[in-house]
Design a protein. Structure first.
Length: 121
């Protein structure tokens, strides 16, 4: 991966973290941990303080487990996703042989997991 691609990805990860923080949720990039400064999996950002839905059949309180998020900023994502989501709250998509995925606007997701809409200044 070239430098410009890494920069583009890191910029998008920082933006996702900042949006979560604007919604009152603690969030951070995992890149420093992936570089050997702590523990991390392959996720790009962690969102703390959010309601975490069922994990392994149990509810976890917000402080117990962060949400792990993968961030992708790609030109080649099908434009159909936005068309299909337009006018709907949620898009559920499935590829043959794979699990279904729920697609919704990131800011709506942050509200769903307990964030609060930032004040307009």
């Amino acid at each position: 991966m070239g430098k410009s691609q890494r920069t583009k990805g890191a910029t998008f990860e920082r933006a996702a973290v900042n949006i979560a923080k604007a919604y009152g949720l603690e969030s951070r990039r995992t890149a420093p941990m992936q570089a050997g400064y702590g523990d991390a999996d392959d996720s790009d950002i962690l969102i703390h303080g959010a309601y975490h839905p069922f994990v392994n059949g149990a509810f976890y309180p917000p402080e117990a487990m962060p949400i792990h998020a993968e961030c992708k900023n790609r030109q080649d994502i099908s434009g159909r996703l936005w068309k299909w989501l337009s006018g709907n709250d949620l898009l559920i998509i499935k590829r043959n042989g794979e699990i279904p995925l729920a697609v919704l606007p990131y800011t709506e997701y942050l509200l769903l997991v307990g964030g609060s809409k930032p004040e307009v200044k």
